[in-house]
Design a protein around this ligand. Structure first.
Ligand SMILES: Nc1ncnc2c1ncn2[C@@H]1O[C@H](COP(=O)(O)OP(=O)(O)OP(=O)(O)O)[C@@H](O)[C@H]1O
Ligand SMILES: [Mg+2]
Length: 253
């Protein structure tokens, strides 16, 4: 079971869009069972992947608050995509951090919960909230791989630098697992894309993985409006090749 955290401290860069479409690509093209864990109280991946707005009673918040009496099984729900499941989240996750303040091992509860799921899923994709929280620490501690979408703009490097510093601080160690930074919403015609590409190459060459860049496509939003993945929305769109390439990288890597 590979656990992948999709993370960037900056909001709106494409963490959720990548999580849902990548999960679909891994399941569809490679016949794998994928679990999404929504770790964002905004609940965006839940709204998209569940395909409806009624969040189930059991969310990641209840399970994290009762890690000794509950298992992740209790929260697993089917999604719009075959072989993709989700443990949803909603605004209630905002209060979950309060249960953990001052607790010993406060960052390893998710790791303990996931260790019981080993045989059920091939991939676990954690859609992290922007910013830093105890829930985020739990995602970092269990991640065997990080995917970091970066949006081409003048401030893109700030989110990256700050996120990398957080991860090192949480791990209390250097990052020893694969970490791929990629440009999301890539549009080579824009100078912002060129600038971000150059900045990533010069500042984080060890992490920047340009072959995983994902082009810009307004169809990602149109697909959400129809509660579909972008592949279900239109399998002929070129952006599907980008999600396929990323899925292949993870399955074969
Ligand atoms: N490849 C893409 N092309 C065009 N638009 C995109 C692409 N990826 C994401 N978007 C759009 O960018 C916006 C933000 O995307 P998303 O919600 O995935 O970001 P996020 O990082 O999860 O945000 P948050 O930090 O709030 O959780 C959405 O409107 C989404 O449709
Ligand atoms: Mg999001």
């Amino acid at each position: 079971m590979k656990v992948i955290a999709i993370s960037n401290k900056k909001g709106g860069v494409g963490k959720t869009t990548t999580t849902v479409n990548l999960a679909d690509a891994i399941a569809h093209h490679f016949n794998k069972r994928v679990l999404i864990i929504d770790m964002d109280p905004q609940g965006n991946s839940s709204l998209h992947a569940l395909g409806h707005e009624d969040t189930p009673d059991t969310t990641i918040a209840e399970i994290m608050a009762n890690p000794r009496s509950m298992t992740l099984d209790a929260g697993i729900a089917p999604t719009i995509a075959e072989n993709v499941f989700i443990i949803p989240a909603d605004y209630r996750l905002e209060e979950t951090d309060d249960n953990f303040v001052g607790k010993r091992n406060r960052s390893t509860f998710l790791s303990g919960l996931l260790s019981k799921m080993e045989s059920q899923f091939d991939f676990v994709l954690i859609d992290c909230a922007p910013g830093r929280s105890i829930m985020y620490e739990n995602a970092v501690m269990v991640a065997g791989h990080f995917l970091v979408p970066v949006e081409p703009d003048d401030f893109s490097m700030q989110g990256v630098g700050s996120m990398l510093a957080d991860v090192v601080e949480i791990l209390d160690d250097e990052i020893k697992v694969p970490l791929n930074i990629f440009i999301n919403k890539l549009d080579n015609r824009l100078t912002a894309t060129q600038k971000t590409h150059k900045a990533l190459l010069s500042e984080v060459p060890q992490y920047y993985t340009g072959e995983l860049n994902i082009r810009t496509s307004s169809n990602t939003r149109a697909a959400v409006a129809e509660r579909k993945t972008v592949r279900q929305f239109n399998p002929k769109l070129e952006i599907n090749n980008d999600y396929f390439r990323m899925a292949k990288h993870l399955v074969e890597g």
